[in-house]
Write a protein that binds this ligand. Structure first.
Ligand SMILES: Cc1cc2nc3c(=O)[nH]c(=O)nc-3n(C[C@H](O)[C@H](O)[C@H](O)COP(=O)(O)OP(=O)(O)OC[C@H]3O[C@@H](n4cnc5c(N)ncnc54)[C@H](O)[C@@H]3O)c2cc1C
Length: 184
């Protein structure tokens, strides 16, 4: 049984971006990913900042994963099958292991099963999205959501930015004050 400060469900644009910011702040974070990111279906992404000649969707994920791991995030090729609330956070289980965390981030795009398992009602356009406040927090304490699953525009860079935004909100909650990640 491993315990992390944060477990992220989904290693797409939102989840990996959140993990980069969390890891760089010294927050222990594990990303679980079942390798079904929509980006895997995109041969070339031409609207992602910094890639004037486009970048392969899968390549973007590979680079993002390497970046997250470089700063200390654990990225695990496994599906989270169940999540439950515990007195001090959440318990998550894959097919062969169980883990605990204080904060849980749902970044699973179209898969809303983990959110509904926690009792979160879906809403937004077509009633298909997880509703959050401005910090990315859901109605369940210490459970956040990021990326397309929140109903934000279906663009990779929007999801990446949203993952960063939610990570910073969690970091500020842990530290109890303003946080910025600026390199010099
Ligand atoms: C055909 C197509 C073309 C597109 N072209 C573009 C484009 O050109 N430019 C652009 O900006 N956007 C494009 N998009 C949209 C872009 O891919 C998405 O907006 C973006 O990937 C959303 O990021 P996300 O992190 O929210 O979700 P995703 O990147 O989809 O990541 C979600 C991840 O969560 C994982 N997951 C789900 N449930 C679990 C679980 N229980 N346990 C573990 N992991 C789980 C999934 O396997 C997946 O890897 C395209 C989408 C499609 C479908």
């Amino acid at each position: 049984m491993s315990r992390y400060d944060v477990v992220v469900a989904g290693g797409g644009a939102a989840g990996l971006s959140a993990a980069i910011f969390l890891a760089r702040a010294g927050v222990s974070v594990a990303v679980f990913d079942r390798a079904e990111s929509s980006l895997r279906r995109v041969e070339k992404v031409y609207n992602y900042l910094g890639f004037p000649d486009g970048v392969g969707g899968t390549e973007l994920l590979v680079l993002g994963r390497r970046q997250a791991e470089r700063f200390g995030a654990a990225v695990l090729d496994a599906s989270i099958d169940t999540v439950t609330s515990t007195p001090d956070g959440f318990g998550v289980a894959t097919s062969d292991a169980a883990h605990e965390c204080t904060y849980f981030v749902i970044a699973s795009n179209k898969r809303t099963d983990l959110a509904t398992a926690l009792g979160i009602e879906l809403g937004g356009f077509g009633g298909r999205f997880v509703q959050t406040d401005d910090s990315g927090a859901t109605v369940v304490d210490r459970c956040y959501a990021a990326g397309r699953i929140t109903g934000r525009p279906s663009q990779a860079i929007v999801s990446a930015g949203d993952g960063a935004r939610v990570a910073i909100a969690i970091i500020e909650r842990i530290r109890g004050g303003y946080y910025v990640d600026h390199d010099t």
